[in-house]
Write a protein that binds this ligand. Structure first.
Ligand code: SAM
Length: 296
């Protein structure tokens, strides 16, 4: 396989200038200009010709070049019509790259239906998997990752760059401010690792804050059935809406009084939601659901 070309800053500038546009801050358009980092992203994705890759926000296609070279097919979702036209020209001879114009999110917490359908209908052959590989626009990172983890068990690996603050929320442990639904659902479903801290110089234009490269590898949890994951996520999110309150008080907004008392009987109910480990959250959920006593 020939080594694919890695797009440079000058090439991105030229592509945008030729199209008569400048990077749009509102769309999180900070383009990766560090070739080594782009290659690292593709390497961590461990691409196979049987993989289906979802790339959100391909921009001018720098990372897409590497993904298309290693994966069976790539779905690119780009909100910016001008960038999509650049992509369409660039990949016009490559039918394995499917381009979709629009917002990857169709509502606050849900990815668009055509992308969802493509993921669901993926037939994993010879070890192939669906993977998210992207330099994510900061606005969509949290809802996108949560939706993929909760509703799409076909997505086995997620490799993405994201603002450092979001990276902290993915790996946070109980008792810190960054710990919440994102950490709980991520750590329940995946092995998660922060691979690289990325400085501002790796992007053009330079963003305001550092980013990180994350890898999430899905594991099949023995703590919770896959079919219960959605209800679990809804429960955790609802309780964390009241994260400054005690768990007893926060549960009072979500459960009826009997269920709340049942859940609270064997825990220190004066603790805040952020004090409970992932395993304890699953136990709280099961106690709320089943009516059985809770023993963490
Ligand atoms: N992939 C390119 C790279 O690595 O240099 C560009 C990444 S840039 C951080 C984010 C990209 O996501 C931009 O191209 C932007 O237009 C696109 N984008 C922003 N919001 C989006 C959304 N809601 N849905 C799809 N694409 C979006």
């Amino acid at each position: 396989m020939s080594v694919p070309h890695v797009q440079t800053k000058q090439e991105i500038e030229q592509l945008l200038a030729a199209a008569g546009v400048r990077p749009r801050k509102r769309c999180g358009q900070n383009f990766l200009i560090d070739g080594n980092l782009m290659r690292r992203v593709a390497e961590v994705a461990d691409l196979s010709p049987h993989d289906l890759i979802l790339e959100v926000g391909p921009g001018t296609g720098g990372l897409t070049d590497l993904l298309a070279a290693g994966a069976g097919s790539v779905i690119c979702v780009e909100i910016d019509t001008v960038l999509l036209a650049i992509m369409a020209d660039r990949f016009r001879h490559l039918p394995t790259v499917r381009l979709i114009q629009g917002d990857v999110l169709q509502s606050k917490h849900r990815i668009r239906a055509d992308v969802g359908d493509a993921i669901r209908s993926f037939q994993g052959e010879s070890g192939g998997a669906v993977k998210l590989v992207a330099n994510l626009p900061y606005q969509v990172a949290t809802p996108l990752v949560l939706n993929l983890l909760v509703d799409f068990p076909q997505v086995r690996r997620l490799v993405f760059t994201v603002q450092a603050e979001v990276g902290q929320r993915l790996v946070a442990r109980p008792g810190v401010k960054a710990y919440g639904p994102l950490a709980i659902i991520t750590q329940l479903t995946c092995d998660v690792e922060t691979l690289v801290r990325i400085g501002l110089q790796s992007y053009w234009p330079r963003p305001a804050i550092d980013s990180v490269l994350m890898r999430l590898d899905r594991h099949d949890s023995d703590l919770i059935a896959a079919s219960a994951l959605k209800a679990f996520a809804t429960f955790v999110r609802a309780v964390f809406e009241h994260r400054r309150k005690t768990i007893r008080s926060a549960l009072g907004y979500v459960l009826d009084a009997d269920a709340r008392d049942r859940v609270c009987q064997d825990i220190d109910a004066s603790c805040r939601p952020e004090s409970f480990s992932v395993r304890e959250w699953v136990a709280l959920f099961h106690a709320a659901q089943s009516g059985e006593d809770y023993h963490a």
